[in-house]
Design a protein around this ligand. Structure first.
Ligand SMILES: N[C@@H](CCC(=O)N[C@@H](CSS)C(=O)NCC(=O)O)C(=O)O
Length: 291
């Protein structure tokens, strides 16, 4: 082989080796990235999303639904003392709820609302008549009548269980989120819905305030806390802080993007807003069916 051919062959060999080395580095980079992604995914599953907190054996929990308004009502009780509370009852379901309380041998101590609802009339007023001794509860900031008004930090006790309160205005100025730390559950009303949130276009709604309250007060709870909202329009029943922090399409946005989105929802007003607000201001004692 002459020297020209030899030098040509050597340079070709060098170039092939360089190509192989480059593609090897590229493959290693890709597999390293994939491993990092697998790791971050498994981290969020295994470490951020802590194991589910089980309800204690003396804690009764029942989720109820009103089909017309897509409202969730929650009946909770202490199974030793039989003291119970109901959260966000609906007028049309008051008889159903009172019957359930009686059948289970419970004593309804409190009928609570997370806020002054605009889409349905609360069942609180009628439940007070059906189950004498029951005390109606709502936030002071709601401006609605009730036997007991709550400010942030107040608590509501039934048996040995305790509901803590967080002021989470935004959907309305009087919205409260109820938390039972021992059971790892949080009742968010319309403030935080599953993969959504309450609208902010009436009742002194404020998108900025909703966003800040969700991020600072709900998303700072344990990531495994279970979220129970006041409504769902898609058949979902519960979520967790971890899921909403990661997958809520509205609240994973930046504050400015969120405000712009909420300002442009253009939702029609709830059909029953004109009956609901005046009745709920009086704790739902308007329009109680006579039979
Ligand atoms: N179609 C319903 C009202 C639906 C609605 O506006 N829901 C409210 C909560 S009840 S005031 C809401 O905040 N929705 C958020 C959303 O993104 O849909 C009716 O006519 O009652």
């Amino acid at each position: 082989m002459n020297s020209v051919a030899f030098s040509l062959l050597s340079s070709l060999r060098r170039s092939v080796l360089l190509q192989v080395k480059r593609s090897d580095i590229k493959i290693r980079k890709i597999s390293c990235l994939a491993a990092q992604q697998r790791l971050s995914h498994s981290n969020s599953n295994n470490m951020d999303m802590l194991p589910r907190i089980s309800f204690t054996t003396d804690f009764f929990f029942r989720q109820l639904f009103d089909l017309e308004s897509s409202t969730y009502t929650y009946l909770l009780a202490d199974l030793n003392t039989h003291e119970a509370v109901i959260i966000d009852p609906v007028l049309e379901q008051a008889k159903r709820d009172a019957q359930l309380v009686k059948e289970l041998g419970l004593k309804l101590k409190y009928a609570m609302n997370t806020h002054m609802h605009a889409d349905h009339i609360t069942g609180t007023g009628w439940l007070k008549q059906l189950l004498p001794g029951c005390i109606s509860v709502i936030s002071k900031a709601s401006g609605a009548k009730a036997d007991k008004h709550l400010n942030e930090g107040d608590s509501v006790v039934f048996g040995r269980h305790k509901i803590d309160t967080l002021a989470t205005p935004g959907h309305t100025n009087g919205c409260m989120t109820y938390v039972i730390h021992e059971q790892g559950c949080v009742f968010t009303g319309d403030t935080l819905l599953i993969r959504g949130c309450g609208r902010t276009d009436f009742q002194e709604g404020n998108a900025r305030s909703l966003y800040e309250n969700v991020h600072n007060k709900i998303f700072t709870l344990g990531t495994n806390y279970r979220i129970y909202p006041a409504h769902d329009y898609k058949g979902q029943v519960e979520s967790t802080v971890w899921e909403e922090k990661n997958y809520n399409p509205r609240l994973t946005k930046s504050l400015e993007e969120f405000v712009a989105l909420m300002d442009n929802l253009n939702l029609p007003y709830p059909k029953k807003i004109d009956q609901s607000l005046p009745a709920n201001r009086e704790c739902g004692i308007h329009d109680i069916p006579q039979n």
